[in-house]
Design a protein around this ligand. Sequence first.
Ligand code: HEC
Ligand code: HEC
Ligand code: HEC
Ligand code: HEC
Ligand code: HEC
Ligand code: HEC
Ligand code: HEC
Ligand code: HEC
Ligand code: HEC
Length: 362
Amino acid sequence: MDRRTRSQKFRVRQDWIVAMGMALAVVTCLPSQAWSGDRSNEGCLMCHSEKGEFLKFADGSKKSLFVDKAQWKKSVHGGKLSCTDCHREISDYPHQKKKFEDARDYTLARANTCQRCHYAHYTRVLDSTHYEILKSGMREAPTCVDCHGAHDIHDPRTPRLGINARCATCHSEISDTFKQSVHGKALLENNPDVPVCTDCHGAHSMPSPSDSKFRLTSFQMCAQCHGDEERMKKYDLNTAVLSTYLDDFHGSSNRLYAMGAGKPTKPIATCSDCHGVHNISSFKGSATKAEARARVIKTCRTCHAEVPDSFADAWLSHYEPTFETAPLVWGVKLGYRVLIPLIMIGLVLHILLHLWRLKTHR
Ligand code: HEC
Ligand code: HEC
Ligand code: HEC
Ligand code: HEC
Ligand code: HEC
Ligand code: HEC
Ligand code: HEC
Ligand code: HEC
Ligand code: HEC
């Protein structure tokens, strides 16, 4: 069949049967038979591999009816699914018509297609903040199709940078900020050790960052990497950042709340309050001691308003206290280290002596 008769077919609507009757003389393979008997991909693509035809909606928006055959074949579903596995309602031509207000309405309705086979992902999405946002009436929030596409779906995990690119189609500002950060710069060089958006947010069951639990547990998402010796060794970064945080006043309270001890009345300092979130920068060689201290005290003041400069000294940074840096804390810690084992040994000895006395002096 030549290109011309095929594109003609596309244009015919209600008068299709008449037109086909006329084409019968020149077309050897009868499209009406090929179509009604042939619900195969080839049958559908006979019309849908033509460019330049559109679905048009009442508000003037439109969607191309073109399906790129080559891309479809390369996609994760190509060779595995047929068109009608997803487009189950299409069984005839002209296709059954449904009313859609506009192009977005169409996409939102069609996005339900995926749930039949990917039910686990679908149920995860039901718990996500995007779904909540969508339900509240904001139609721009993403569905499966916005993140994965429909006919050109690829393995979404590779390339890793592609994940951020998906999010960036809607969150371009955050994405631009992130590219400037210590994590983002490394990611652009294909460093597999730094986080992409979904390492911190997840892709499907995404919690809302304004949820108090997200905030309370957010230190754990930093710690999964920054507490990992193996990963941090390469960058010569201190992995005591987690233990020192959990030892200090903020970390120990935060951990208790994260474990379910009620809700804090005021936000407690967590990793991202001091370091930023999407704009985290490196400390390496960037500042003199005085500059670093000024930065620290500025951070403290976001919550502890009007404290004097010396207040920053209440914080030991991420270092275990030593005799040189914090002799008093170091001394008290050492005292505990000696005293606690002595008390424990005494306690055990006491019990043992008691038992011995019971046995021998009964
Ligand atoms: C004879 C040409 C022709 C064939 C064959 C054909 N289509 Fe269509 N298709 C059209 C035209 C024209 C439209 C736009 C008008 C309309 O809405 O029916 C369309 C619209 C569509 C739409 C968008 C509207 C909707 O209901 O969602 C989908 C999806 C679709 N076709 C899928 C298929 C599938 C799947 C097959 C194979 C089973 C197929 N088509 C076979 C011509 C064809
Ligand atoms: C994995 C499920 C799936 C398969 C398989 C599939 N489609 Fe679709 N199709 C969709 C979804 C979802 C949409 C809605 C996309 C949107 O709104 O952007 C869609 C939309 C369409 C449209 C309307 C125009 C558009 O792109 O939005 C046409 C035409 C269409 N599909 C044809 C086909 C043909 C032909 C095949 C077989 C080669 C096919 N589809 C295979 C899920 C699928
Ligand atoms: C009729 C069943 C069916 C439907 C409907 C369907 N898929 Fe699939 N999907 C599959 C199969 C089968 C595979 C291949 C699994 C494999 O290779 O292990 C797959 C693979 C995938 C993968 C790759 C998974 C991986 O681990 O790499 C993604 C992503 C995907 N589908 C997304 C979608 C999206 C988005 C939709 C809706 C537009 C959709 N699917 C609709 C059956 C389906
Ligand atoms: C906000 C964007 C987004 C939405 C919405 C989304 N996904 Fe995903 N999906 C991703 C990303 C990114 C990945 C890559 C893996 C990861 O980071 O978890 C992925 C991975 C997948 C995979 C591959 C297997 C896996 O778990 O790694 C499948 C299948 C899949 N998604 C299906 C779906 C279906 C079905 C829907 C709708 C119910 C959906 N996704 C909605 C972004 C999204
Ligand atoms: C199709 C557009 C779209 C895509 C793609 C998208 N989002 Fe969103 N997202 C939205 C909209 C709309 C909102 C609500 C308004 C806002 O906060 O910007 C939102 C909100 C969010 C929120 C905040 C929710 C809250 O409760 O405050 C997070 C976190 C988020 N998106 C992460 C992601 C990540 C990560 C990806 C990529 C895997 C992604 N988004 C992809 C449209 C999108
Ligand atoms: C290192 C972990 C991490 C990475 C990577 C990350 N985020 Fe976030 N994101 C967070 C945290 C923590 C918050 C909560 C911030 C707060 O409480 O102010 C947040 C908040 C958000 C919000 C809602 C609040 C706002 O600022 O609008 C959106 C949307 C968002 N992130 C999108 C993204 C996108 C898109 C990417 C990828 C370019 C990304 N995030 C990468 C940790 C991360
Ligand atoms: C997926 C792993 C991963 C996660 C999650 C992660 N980081 Fe990182 N981070 C890294 C790696 C790797 C580097 C080193 C990058 C480089 O130097 O090129 C780094 C660098 C840093 C640096 C710069 C250190 C310096 O002085 O050079 C800071 C600060 C930082 N991260 C803080 C955070 C915070 C805060 C969070 C949580 C909101 C977080 N990171 C989450 C892997 C991670
Ligand atoms: C009270 C503020 C504050 C909190 C909370 C905090 N940091 Fe820091 N962090 C700093 C300052 C200031 C520095 C740099 C000065 C220094 O090294 O003494 C730093 C340094 C770092 C470095 C660089 C270490 C190196 O070897 O150069 C990393 C990585 C880091 N922090 C990660 C984290 C993580 C992960 C958390 C949460 C578990 C966290 N920080 C909590 C203020 C904070
Ligand atoms: C995000 C807000 C926030 C930031 C930033 C912050 N703190 Fe705090 N801080 C708190 C809260 C809330 C408490 C009370 C915690 C509790 O009740 O256990 C607290 C408690 C303390 C305490 C215990 C004594 C007291 O006043 O209750 C000290 C000391 C302290 N912070 C020092 C610092 C220092 C030093 C910095 C800067 C390096 C800093 N904080 C940054 C929120 C913050």
